[in-house]
Design a protein around this ligand. Sequence first.
Ligand code: 5GP
Ligand code: MN
Length: 320
Amino acid sequence: MTPVPSELLHALKSGDSFLITSHIKPDGDAIGSMAALGHILVRLGKNFSLFNESGLPEKFTWLEIPGIINKRPPEGDFDWIIVLDSGNADRPGKYISDLMNRKPCINIDHHPGNTSFGRINWVDPEYPAVGEMIALIAEELGLELTGPIAESIYLAVVSDTGFFSFGNTTPGVLELSATLIRNGLDVRNLNPLITNQWSRARIQLYGLALQKAEFIDEIGVGLMCITRNMLKKTGTGPEDSEGLVNMLLKVHGVRVAVIMREDEPGRVKLSLRSAGDDDVRVIAADLNGGGHKNASGAVVEASMREAREMIIGSCRRHLG
Ligand code: 5GP
Ligand code: MN
């Protein structure tokens, strides 16, 4: 695993002000990493602002974040833009290219195929979460992993490892988590805040979707769809389908689990998961998506029926 590049540490020490961002629809790794890096910059006495085009998802409002997460690029100058958990320069959304024209960028990420879009790039897919990379930055700077910085890093690493159940779980991430707990992290109170965030409406949505689960036995694919009608009927939003795909993987014989979610008429978001050696990134890449070996996604301009044909076709090509 690559250590923190010295030029990155130098940029953090010598810069005065920073803009920190991450991919749209941020997950626990994106939000936890942003918050942790913000706490580091507080301890270094730097100016910074936090920016994510989707804002802070409701489920993370319990986290102690150093400042607000702006949905628009904040006014004012900064020396560096720091992009977290984003495999390419488009993942943070539509404002990012303008920002990157103005200022140099530090790219910290763990997605395979990252396009190295920064002036400084620290990209290493061996790290299970960007949060672990931020923890290494803190350690290099001589900062203790305690308090809100520890909570942010813990949120990041448990989000991307599925509480240490996914294939990306490493000795390093377990040792880091042990250090956080030894330093006083209150897992008894934290774990329910991270995992027990479902609404009743979400249970209803899961019920509708699970009833219609479909299995293609010869290639080991499980499929579910979330239609706009299901969301409307249950009073849920697209974010409520998060995590549902993992339930399909629990079914014996399922190698690849797929959720197709109709975000708009004619636009379907796909989420793919696998366990072990099956690589869903190549399946998603056929549909111009990406991600990790065991967790990938794509967005296709298609009807639900067409999206189903497309994803089954891609699965057949790769899961022979
Ligand atoms: P999810 O299924 O939870 O939305 O995403 C799983 C993984 O796939 C994430 O690590 C994310 O980076 C990646 N991913 C999701 N959607 C897309 C997409 O539309 N394009 C690309 N390149 N990656 C995606
Ligand atoms: Mn991540």
